[in-house]
Design a protein around this ligand. Structure first.
Ligand SMILES: C[S@@+](CC[C@H](N)C(=O)[O-])C[C@H]1O[C@@H](n2cnc3c(N)ncnc32)[C@H](O)[C@@H]1O
Length: 252
């Protein structure tokens, strides 16, 4: 199935456009680790792993093995240049996960939920591959936070896309708990995304966000020019933070 990350050029831009400062990445890993009892995760699935920016780090955090599953060959090709002996990469889709029943103790999905064409089917598959009592961690933007995303002010067409497809937090909770999961932890993390406005512009202009890939080149260029003009009026050393939600569910 095609998505914005199927194209090789989009996959190649992804890491430089979306790299998280190391402190931000550590914050996420610690938030997931601290919600789950020690010693319960022997194998983790990073579902929709993209270029694998969390996959090996999850294996390290939990001292376990990891498998990254991703539908885009272009993203997976980049992911598979990294990872150690305890990390396996597989091409596959959330609607048809290429793993055995009850074979992972934690499924981690970062910024994937809003891309799912059929969340119900994906949740059935997640249920199938999880061990009884296993965990599902969802890291995702939610619609209530869209007004706080600076870039959306400059790209109206991308903003429309985000408004239409980004779930509210309650939508994610309702969809997952309907499948007999229990919500054990929920928080919004205001993550550091760029240490200054010029760094922020650099990242946005690399066009790694899927809504920016989806709009026309002209709309993208116009938005970049507007954003650049706005940034020129701002003090440079202001860091940019973005709210992203973390849900941890346990399989009933
Ligand atoms: C914003 S990227 C996130 C990648 C990675 N999880 C991260 O946080 O860097 C969204 C990813 O979801 C993948 N994706 C889209 N539809 C999917 C599906 N139906 N099942 C699994 N992954 C999917 C895309 O190919 C893309 O790599």
């Amino acid at each position: 199935m095609r998505n914005e990350y199927t194209e090789t050029s989009a996959a190649q831009r992804y890491d430089s456009a979306r790299t998280l400062p190391s402190e931000t990445k550590s914050l996420w890993l610690e938030a997931v680790r601290s919600a789950i009892p020690d010693g319960t995760v022997k194998r983790v699935l990073d579902l929709g792993c993209g270029t694998g920016r969390f996959t090996s780090a999850l294996a390290e955090t939990f001292g376990c093995s990891a498998v990254g599953v991703e539908p885009s060959t272009a993203m997976l090709d980049i992911a598979s240049t990294g990872g150690g002996a305890n990390v396996l990469w597989k091409r596959g889709d959330a609607g048809n996960i290429p793993l055995e029943d009850h074979s992972v103790d934690l499924v981690f999905m970062s910024q994937v939920f809003h891309h799912l064409p059929n969340p119900e089917r994906a949740l059935d598959e997640i249920n199938r591959v999880l061990t009884p009592g296993g965990y599902l961690a969802i890291r995702n933007g939610t619609r209530e936070h869209n007004p706080q995303l600076l870039w959306l002010r400059f790209f109206p067409e991308a903003s429309e896309i985000e408004e239409a497809r980004t779930p509210f937090a309650r939508d994610i909770t309702a969809a997952v708990t309907r499948k007999h999961f229990v919500l054990i932890s929920y928080q919004t993390i205001n993550q550091l995304f760029a240490k200054s406005y010029p760094e922020y512009f650099e990242k946005i202009s690399r066009r790694g966000l899927s809504a920016l890939i989806a709009i026309s080149d002209k709309e993208f260029q116009d938005g970049c020019e507007e954003l650049q003009r706005w940034i020129a009026q701002q003090p440079h050393h202001v860091a940019v933070y973005e709210p992203v939600d973390l849900f941890i569910f346990q399989r009933g």
